[in-house]
Design a binder for this molecule. Structure first.
Ligand code: SF4
Length: 84
């Protein structure tokens, strides 16, 4: 789909107002006196059931890297097995 067609569709889609969780997001636009999301037509859907909106710009997602304890003896055996 071309960018022009997508832009036309974006203007035709009825957008619902943002929800409280959206406050502070950079994708909020004023449209007809109401705050709407420029990305999603129904912002509430993206915050349902404790979800966090994937396109939110005001929330830092924490990635936790769990380091797994490795037995050095088993690791060396595993590596020796791969070399063959
Ligand atoms: S991108 Fe997500 S958080 Fe931002 S306004 Fe839209 S629905 Fe809300």
């Amino acid at each position: 789909m071309s960018t022009e067609k997508r832009a036309n569709i974006n203007t035709m889609v009825a957008r619902l107002p943002i929800v409280d969780q959206c406050e502070g997001c950079e994708r909020i636009r004023e449209e007809g006196g109401a705050k709407v999301c420029f990305k999603y037509a129904e912002p509430a859907f993206h915050w349902e059931d404790g979800q966090i909106c994937l396109m939110a710009t005001h929330i830092k997602k924490e990635v936790t890297v769990v380091k797994k304890a490795v037995n050095p003896l088993k690791a060396s055996k595993r590596m020796a097995g791969k070399k063959k």
